[in-house]
Design a protein around this ligand. Structure first.
Ligand code: G3I
Length: 330
């Protein structure tokens, strides 16, 4: 039997995985999750469109199954996600006449969604991605022009944290985003989180999604982001959606993973984890966005990608061995 990933990084951080529901009900895959990981995230099943497809009609059937699975197997759950511009039904944003919802109406709906969801899993979901991807560095003020922002202005962000905290005072509450290595975006996120903290808004961490590729960004830039965010007192960091595309441009495609690319990927995963281990006091969870290559969201428009640690046939890749066994890389 090959070594458990979670076991390898014990003493550093939790190792998590995002999984679709089909993994939970596949005995081989469920066993693999329990062996290698000690944290799980539902890839889509706790998003607003899944939990409240129509106003007031909550469907917790799948979300409940994740939480139960975690409890039965001694894992923790990262809840993903409460407030996002995507995978959120349009009914949130319109009134009964189909006109844009008023501020009051949208706030009421936001409060109800957050309190119902977080309240249901009180004490059982250890961390929530409360607000996802609210920063857009192309805007002069840094705020993404989502419907949330357009109707409510930036204060929807603090409201979301306050309501989540009311519903579960012990849950760790995160702001989560991608491309956090781009200096302009990193600065906007830093300013946002720092000002929330200074106002006394209950926020406990920043999630760095870390959808990286084989050459971008430099590991040093990820480190710079960790260094900057860890200067904010009371903030911890989770790597929330880690994967490493083997492509850097649209036209590239490998029908199978070439050995030299697999080796590069292995070295790069190793370098990333060696860096992360230095920050074990602030980086407390590292979650992969997928169990095996064929389940990755990066497989799009017929092009297969190889971003994870296990291949489609359940084999541990060189990327896995680079993390668990120091001498495998040539
Ligand atoms: O559930 C429907 C199904 O009924 C339908 O038949 C099928 C046909 O397309 O689509 C299914 O929905 C898909 C859903 O995943 C569930 O599989 C959507 O089309 C597809 O767009 C959706 O993609 C998800 C994506 O978020 C949507 O934004 C990915 O699985 C998921 O990995 C991805 O995750 C996001 C994080 O939440 C936030 N950060 C970025 C990350 C990657 O995009």
């Amino acid at each position: 039997e090959i070594p458990s990933l979670a076991e390898m990084f014990k003493g550093y951080f939790k190792i998590g995985v995002a999984i679709p529901f089909k993994v939970l009900i596949n005995p081989v895959e469920a066993k693999m999750v329990v062996k290698h990981f000690n944290s799980i995230t539902s890839e889509n099943e706790m998003k607003p469109e899944s939990l409240q497809p129509r106003e007031g009609e909550f469907d917790f059937s799948k979300a409940d199954a994740y939480v139960k699975f975690a409890e039965e197997n001694g894992l923790v759950v990262r809840g993903h996600t409460l407030v996002w511009h995507s995978q959120t039904p349009n009914w949130f944003f319109v009134d009964k006449d189909g006109k844009p919802a008023s501020k009051e109406l949208l706030l009421k709906r936001l409060e109800n969604h957050i309190k119902t969801v977080v309240g249901r899993y009180k004490g059982r979901v250890y961390a929530w991605d409360v607000v996802n991807e609210a920063i857009d560095e192309a805007q002069p003020d840094g705020f993404r022009r989502s419907k949330w922002f357009e109707i409510l202005g930036p204060e929807y962000i603090e409201k979301a944290f306050i309501w989540a905290h009311e519903a579960d005072p012990n849950a760790k509450l995160f702001y989560n985003d991608y491309n956090t290595e781009i200096p302009a975006k990193r600065e906007f996120i830093y300013k946002l989180v720092k000002s929330l903290k200074e106002k006394g808004v209950p926020i406990h961490g920043v999630g760095l999604q870390c959808h990286i590729n084989i050459s971008w960004p430099e590991i040093e830039e990820i480190e710079n982001t960790i260094k900057l965010f860890s200067t904010i007192p009371g903030i911890e960091i989770h790597i929330t959606e880690l994967d490493m595309s083997v492509y850097t441009q649209a036209g590239e495609e490998y029908k199978t993973l070439p050995r030299d690319v697999a080796v590069r990927q292995g070295y790069r995963y190793r370098k990333l984890f060696d860096m992360l281990k230095k920050y074990k006091n602030v980086v407390t969870n590292v979650t992969f966005w997928g169990l095996k290559d064929d389940y990755s969201w990066l497989n799009q428009r017929g092009r297969f990608n190889y971003p994870l640690l296990f291949d489609k046939d359940y084999q541990a890749k060189l990327a896995y061995w680079a993390l668990v066994s120091p001498n495998v890389l040539p």
